[in-house]
Design a protein around this ligand. Structure first.
Ligand SMILES: *[C@@H]1O[C@H](CO)[C@@H](O)[C@H](O)[C@H]1NC(C)=O
Length: 586
């Protein structure tokens, strides 16, 4: 079949173009332009209701051709009446015309007309083509047989989820590809920078820098402290790729010493659009912090992410690791020297990811990560100063994208072990969550209405961390508690809360791109993608959904973003917790 683009072929809904004074047999999508001795030029034209990428079409002529050239790509003559037209780079946006010109050379008096066009096995000649993908989406995460749950398979799937959240130009080794293509390629154009890449936040397509950064810090942390879990599951490379997808973006977003882009896309405009990221048409403004409009939580969390990632890439790619470390230092200094709550500078983030805990916890957490990455004692002093100034030893209730205190207790107990306040605070936090919290009747610790599973997984990660690195007296209880929470998520209530995993998993996550059908079925008509009662057409393998209500009830309802959304931050500590359990089981 020659070159395989592996992409959806050109053409959706064709506008019939009335041929002027020619045989009725010529394909309606072809318009004759002009001819000259033994040659003619013509155009292929159709309007697309949806965006698509990659042309791969077989033209059939009614008389022999000598040669054909495709001005917008390439053409391969197969035999004298069949010519394959290619253009891997073709990208057509919503409502745009897919058009390309071509030239046909022939002998004799009869002009060879295009009488059939086949695109991936479908007839594109008369305008009734429906869309198709060339490859089905096959879940590459095989069962391993680990009991009671297949933690390695869930770990593998978690990285598939992160691939599904990728923005920008997708790499050749992208595994989630039949329904995910390049998208948001103009991010940053409004401010004169390339801000493509990074992750879409959740079920939406805003790139919120603050939760993206904590996602990255925590993904890196799992890799650093439970490396054997990833190794045993064969996931180390995917885990590094998941971290790097974010850190590459943060490096782009750090456009000057005191400048960091912390959001692309406007929350309200983005959330008003239920469609695929490939199909977005709204403006996606870029928002930054700088000296005049600083943002301490954002700068210090991004510094933490880069510092943690620099440890991940030590000995793997030392140049990259050093670059991450340098930028981490700059961003920490920026956040520390110019203190302001970041939502006051990036005001659009306030309604979505305001840091209610303030920036004291990020100053502490960022300093500890920088100390771990650099060994520079000055950061331990910074950590102590933040601890004192913001009374960070006082009771924490969650470990979350907002509040990093409990994570900092753990990290501090390792990197500054003579300073016993960290270990004591970690021990007390875990005791407090285990013993004083609300639970659903069937056993999930219930720390928040929003994404209760994620909060449980976050603390489970810390409990697993403590069972490996913390007070040996609490090892068993932390382990038991953490595994009970992860097992709840994976199926203890009779169904899994992870899309595509285990028994009776969620099929309708609040997630735009997986809910949209393959064109030409429209995601937009009658809000099909959002409200249709069936499963999402694409399985968002590995995504952890929000979770039950306090009474333990849960409904697999796409419109319930409180209980059934997915998010990059939801999967982060959960991923590390799976690795920790795998490590423990081996
Ligand atoms: C064919 O396409 C070319 C280039 O876009 C355009 O200049 C020309 O007018 C088109 N011809 C017809 C007949 O549409």
């Amino acid at each position: 079949m020659g070159k395989q683009s592996g992409l959806v072929s050109c053409l959706a809904l064709l506008l019939a173009v009335t041929p002027a004074g020619v045989s009725a047999e010529r394909c309606a999508v072809i318009t004759f332009d002009h001819e000259w001795d033994g040659n003619y030029a013509a155009n292929f034209t159709s309007q697309s209701e949806i965006p698509f990428k990659g042309l791969d079409a077989l033209f059939t002529f009614d008389h022999p051709v000598k040669s054909v050239s495709n001005w917008g790509g390439s053409a391969e003559v197969i035999d004298d009446i069949h010519v394959r037209m290619y253009n891997d780079n073709l990208f057509v946006e919503t409502g745009a015309y897919c058009t390309f010109g071509f030239q046909v050379s022939y002998s004799g008096d009869t002009r060879p007309e295009v009488i059939a066009i086949d695109m991936n096995g479908q007839d594109a000649c008369d305008g009734t083509l429906s869309w198709t993908t060339t490859e089905p989406y096959i879940n590459p995460c095989e069962e391993t047989g680990m009991a009671p749950y297949d933690y390695p398979q869930a770990l593998c799937m978690s990285f598939l989820f992160y691939e599904a959240q990728r923005s920008g130009v997708l790499p050749p080794d992208q595994r989630v590809k039949p329904w995910r293509w390049d998208s948001a390629l103009n991010d940053g154009v409004d401010v004169g920078h390339d801000l493509t890449g990074g992750y879409y936040d959740a079920g939406d397509h805003v790139k919120f820098g603050f939760p993206m950064a904590v996602t990255t810090t925590v993904l890196a942390w799992g890799l650093i402290d439970f490396p054997m879990g990833y190794e045993q599951a064969g996931q180390t490379e995917y885990a590094r790729a998941a971290v790097k997808w974010a850190t590459d973006y943060f490096l782009k977003a750090h456009t000057a010493e005191y400048e960091l882009y912390g959001q692309v896309g406007k929350g309200s405009d983005d959330h008003a659009f239920w469609g695929r990221p490939e199909d977005m048409y709204m403006k996606r403004p870029a928002y930054k912090i700088n000296r005049e409009n600083p943002g301490t939580e954002l700068a210090c969390e991004t510094a933490a992410a880069l510092a943690a990632a620099s440890i991940v890439f030590e000995g793997i790619d030392d140049e990259y690791s050093a670059k991450l470390r340098e930028v981490a230092k700059e961003l920490y200094a920026f956040g520390d020297e110019h203190r302001l709550e970041y939502h006051l500078s990036i005001t659009d983030a306030e309604a979505f990811y305001r840091s209610w805990s303030g920036y004291g916890d990020e100053l502490l957490w960022g300093a500890l990560w920088l100390y771990r990455a650099t060994g520079d004692e000055a950061y331990l002093t910074k950590a102590q100063e933040a601890w004192d100034e913001f009374s960070l030893g006082e009771k924490a209730e969650q470990f979350s994208w907002d509040d990093k205190k409990p994570g900092a207790y753990a990290l501090g107990s390792m990197v500054d072990s003579t300073n016993t306040k960290y270990a004591a605070a970690l021990k007390e936090f875990l005791r407090h969550v285990r013993e004083d919290s609300k639970y659903t009747p069937d056993g999930l610790v219930f720390l928040d209405v929003w994404g209760a599973n994620r909060h449980a997984a976050n603390v489970a990660f810390l409990a697993l961390w403590a069972s490996k690195y913390g007070d040996p007296a609490d090892e068993a209880i932390n382990l038991l508690w953490a595994v009970s929470q992860i097992n709840y998520i994976l199926g203890d209530t009779g169904h899994s809360f992870v899309v595509g995993f285990g028994v009776n998993p969620p099929q309708r996550p609040h997630h735009r791109s997986s809910s949209c059908p393959i064109p030409p079925d429209s995601c937009f008509l009658n809000s099909w993608g959002q409200t249709q009662p069936g499963p999402n057409p694409h399985i968002l393998y590995g995504a952890l959904v929000g979770g039950p209500a306090e009474d333990g009830t849960y409904e697999d309802d796409r419109e319930d973003y409180v209980h059934n959304e997915v998010a990059c931050d939801y999967n982060a500590a959960y991923t590390g917790a799976l690795a920790a359990i795998i490590e423990r089981n081996n």
